[in-house]
Design a protein around this ligand. Structure first.
Ligand code: KG4
Ligand code: ZN
Length: 340
C-alpha cells in the first residue's frame, strides 16, 4: 500500500481563516483564526473579513505546518476553497494558496466549499457513511439536501429559496437582542424552554426546496406584538421563544429530510455545516435512528463548522483522480454543487 500523502488546505470563504494538514483520514492540524471583529455588527462585514484573512493567513499556515510537524517539501498538494462564499474573502485565500503552492513547486487544487462540508464525514477515525447517502448541509450561508453517490458525485435534491437555516437562527437571535452568531445562543436557551409554548406556521414549498424568510417575518411580527404588551416580553420569555423558534426551523428541515428519504429510499443520512452542531437537530436525528431505522452520521463538532480539514479531504479525493488544475482558477462566489 502506498503511504497516504500530506495535503494542506486553506479555507477563507466567510469569516474564519482556516489552514489544515491531513494524511489519509488523519487530521494532523486544523487551525482556525476566528474573526471576532464582526460580533459588534451582528453579522459578517465582508470588507473587514477580507482584511482579517489577509492578516491571519500567514500565521495560521505557519501554525498548521508546525502542529503537523512537517515542512512544505512534504506536501503533495495544496487545496483551497474557490467558492461559494464572499468574493473578497475567497480572493485572499485563492490568491495566497495558488501563489504559495506555485512558489514551493506544489500542485494546487480548487475545492467547492459545499462538497467539502459533505466530505467532512470522511475525516478522522469515525465510521464513514456508505454510498449513496443523503446529506443535509445546513450552514449560515447554505441549506441543501444532497444525494451523495460517491465522493465526487453529488446531486442537489433541494435547497433553500431564500435564507439559509443558520441565517434564520442568526437573524431571529438578532431580533431578540442576542449576540452574533445567534445559532449556538438560541440552542443553549432552547434547552431550558418549552418548544410548544409559541406556534409558528410552516411555509408551503413544493418538492424538496425550503424557505425560511417567511418564518423570520412571522417571528418579527410576533416579537413586536409581544413587546407592545410587555416591554420585557423577550427577556422574560427567552427560553420558550428560543425553544419554539428552534422547533419551527428544525420542523422545516426534518420534514424535507423525511421526504428526501421517502422519495429516494436511501436511509443512510448525514448532516453537515454549522447548524449540524445544534443539539435539538442531533436529538431529532438520533430518535429517527431508533424509530425509523435510519443510519445517522453526525460529524465531530470541529468538522461541522467551517474548517480547512474538510477542504483538505475534498482536495485529497480530487488528487486521487490524477487530474491537474491550472493556476488561472478564479474565486466563484456563487459556485454551484455539480448536479451529478
Ligand atoms: O458552516 P458554518 O460554520 O459557516 C458557514 O458556511 O455559514 O455555519 C455557521 C452557522 C451560523 O449561522 C451559526 O449560527 C450556525 O451555523 N450554528 C448553529 C449552531 N452552531 C452554529 N445553529 C444552531 N445551533 C447551533 N448549535
Ligand atoms: Zn460552511
Amino acid at each position: 500500500m502506498p503511504q497516504p500523502r500530506y495535503i494542506l488546505a486553506i479555507e477563507s470563504s466567510c469569516d474564519d481563516t482556516g489552514v489544515a494538514v491531513i494524511r489519509g483520514n488523519e487530521v494532523l492540524s486544523n487551525v482556525i483564526a476566528n474573526q471576532s471583529v464582526h460580533a459588534k455588527y451582528g453579522g459578517v462585514v465582508p470588507e473587514l473579513a477580507s482584511r482579517a484573512h489577509a492578516q491571519n493567513i500567514v500565521p495560521t499556515l505557519t501554525e498548521a505546518l508546525n502542529q503537523a510537524n512537517i515542512t512544505p517539501s512534504d506536501l503533495s498538494a495544496v487545496a483551497y476553497t474557490y467558492g461559494p462564499g464572499l468574493m473578497g474573502s475567497l480572493h485572499v485565500g485563492v490568491a495566497f494558496a495558488k501563489s504559495w503552492a506555485w512558489a514551493h513547486g506544489i500542485p494546487s487544487i480548487p475545492v467547492n466549499h459545499m462538497q467539502a462540508h459533505v466530505l467532512a464525514h470522511f475525516l478522522g477515525p469515525t465510521s464513514n457513511p456508505e454510498f449513496p447517502f443523503i446529506c443535509l448541509t445546513v450552514s449560515g450561508g447554505h441549506t441543501q439536501l444532497v444525494k451523495v453517490k460517491s465522493a465526487l458525485d453529488m446531486e442537489v435534491l433541494g435547497e433553500t429559496r431564500d435564507d439559509a437555516a443558520g441565517e434564520a437562527f442568526d437573524k431571529v437571535a438578532k431580533l431578540m437582542g442576542l449576540p452574533y452568531p445567534g445559532g449556538p445562543v438560541l440552542d443553549r436557551l432552547a434547552r431550558e424552554g418549552d418548544s410548544k409554548r409559541f406556534q409558528f406556521s410552516r411555509p408551503r414549498v413544493a418538492g424538496l426546496d425550503m424557505s425560511f424568510s417567511g418564518l423570520k417575518t412571522q417571528i418579527w411580527q410576533f416579537l413586536q406584538q409581544g413587546q407592545q404588551k410587555d416591554p420585557d416580553f423577550v427577556g422574560s420569555n427567552k427560553h420558550d421563544i428560543a425553544a419554539s423558534v428552534q422547533a419551527a426551523i428544525l420542523g422545516i428541515l426534518m420534514e424535507k429530510l423525511q421526504k428526501a428519504v421517502d422519495e429516494t429510499g436511501v436511509k443512510e443520512v448525514a448532516i453537515a455545516g454549522g447548524v449540524s452542531a445544534n443539539s435539538g437537530l442531533r436529538k431529532l436525528l438520533l430518535s429517527k435512528e431508533e424509530e425509523s431505522g435510519w443510519k445517522v452520521h453526525i460529524p465531530p463538532f470541529e468538522f461541522c463548522t467551517d474548517n480547512a480539514a474538510m477542504i483538505a479531504m475534498a482536495g485529497a479525493k480530487l488528487n486521487e483522480t490524477g487530474k491537474s488544475f491550472p493556476l488561472d482558477i478564479e474565486p466563484q462566489p456563487r459556485l454551484l454543487l455539480s448536479k451529478g
